[in-house]
Design a protein around this ligand. Structure first.
Ligand SMILES: [Ca+2]
Ligand SMILES: [Ca+2]
Length: 370
């Protein structure tokens, strides 16, 4: 049973002429749920102004939790834990191929919830606008952890996501990324503060997305390593896969890092657009630190160290300035190459854990790792 705890009642206001203004926002309500049935119902019946507060525990839906209801800029729909309780939504009881949570909706805010063990993708936002995802975790699913897809995907913010352990067994790991912004279009999409690691395919993949996406303050590491004893393993393992499928688009990556990925740290992946990569670090990736062989990327103040194929593979259309492969640019020493602290719990404000890993103290080159 749903417990409605704070139905908003707006007093009718008498105007000078004696007319009453009646509230138009009839559904503003807080709904507290503590069973899977209540959670399913609350999500499917949410309307503009609804806040769903989920009591602590692990929920096992048997069908995809989903909504097509839009909030508005002034009456968003919220999905969040009750107070500071710990909420996990687990896909173990879903049919094969199902997702845990799907929105085709605008103006939702989803925060502080873990989506784990999905048989397929964990969270998919299709043609969403102005959604805000804060400190969500997507863990150990059967395809990509967090996906934005479809046309009219605009102004979505993904802040402080942890997405790890995804593996699509049927495809031998070929598809499961930490974040996928794929097959769609729309401007104003931002991924910030993410940790994307130990996924079978890429950290973040922008395949066939035709509008610029911005990524910042993000770490992609350990992707594309065969952690599943798959004898036909096919994961690519790029940290940042910034295009594909013929799109030419100027994605932006600022102040982010890629390490220990099986493939390239950062790659255009055939995107010929003016991709901007600024103040990032690529360390100990299996292939190139930076692979931009065919396009017109702008590479500035990046730091590449210890990558298997080399620092950078850049074509003649690339603009390169202030990177440690450019003339007269020194390579600063790392203060630490021990990545242990990067797995620590996030800080109390939800930001990345404090670390000295891959920091250099430089004010001019490489990621600042925060
Ligand atoms: Ca792949
Ligand atoms: Ca991929």
């Amino acid at each position: 049973m749903q417990r409605r705890t704070a139905t908003t009642l707006v007093s009718a206001l008498a105007l000078g002429a004696g007319l009453a203004v009646l509230p138009t926002q009839a559904h503003a309500a807080t709904v507290v749920v503590d069973t899977t049935a209540e959670l399913t119902s609350a999500i499917s019946s949410a309307t503009a102004g609804t806040t769903i507060q989920v009591r602590g525990g692990t929920y096992y839906p048997t069908a995809t939790l989903q909504s097509t209801a839009n909030g508005t800029s002034s009456s968003r729909i919220h999905l969040q834990p009750y107070g500071s309780e710990t909420v996990k939504i687990d896909g173990s009881n879903l049919p094969d191929g199902d997702w845990i949570f799907k929105l085709t909706a605008d103006y939702w805010t989803v925060s502080d919830i873990t989506f784990q063990n999905s048989p397929d993708s964990a969270v998919v936002c299709q043609s969403c606008a102005s959604t805000y995802w804060s400190n969500v975790k997507t863990i150990n699913g059967g395809d990509s952890g967090f996906t934005l897809t479809g046309d009219n995907t605009t102004n979505n913010t993904v802040k402080n996501l942890d997405s790890y352990g995804h593996y699509d067994a049927a495809n031998h790991g070929e598809n499961a990324d930490g974040v996928a912004v794929k097959y769609g279009s729309g401007t104003g999409n931002l991924v910030t503060g993410a940790r994307l690691y130990n996924n079978s395919d890429d950290g973040i993949d922008l395949w066939s997305f035709s509008s610029p996406v911005t990524v910042e303050h993000t770490w992609a590491f350990g992707n594309g390593e065969n952690r599943w004893s798959d004898s036909a393993f096919a994961g690519d393992g790029n940290g940042y896969k910034l295009g594909g499928d013929g799109e030419s688009v100027a994605h932006v990556v600022n102040n982010s890092a890629a390490w220990d990925n099986a493939g390239n740290g950062f790659t255009e992946n055939s995107n010929t657009g003016a991709i901007v990569i600024n103040r990032t670090t690529a360390y100990a990736n299996g292939k190139w630190g930076y692979y931009f062989a065919t396009g017109a990327a702008r590479l500035g103040k990046n730091l590449a160290v210890g990558n298997g194929s080399g620092l950078v593979n850049k074509g003649s259309s690339v603009v390169s300035q202030g990177n440690n492969w450019d003339p007269d640019i020194a390579t600063p020493s790392f203060i630490s190459t021990d990545a242990t602290t990067t797995y620590n719990a996030r800080q109390s404000d939800g930001s990345l854990p404090a670390t000295s890993f891959l920091t250099t103290g430089s004010s001019t080159i490489g990621a600042t790792m925060d």
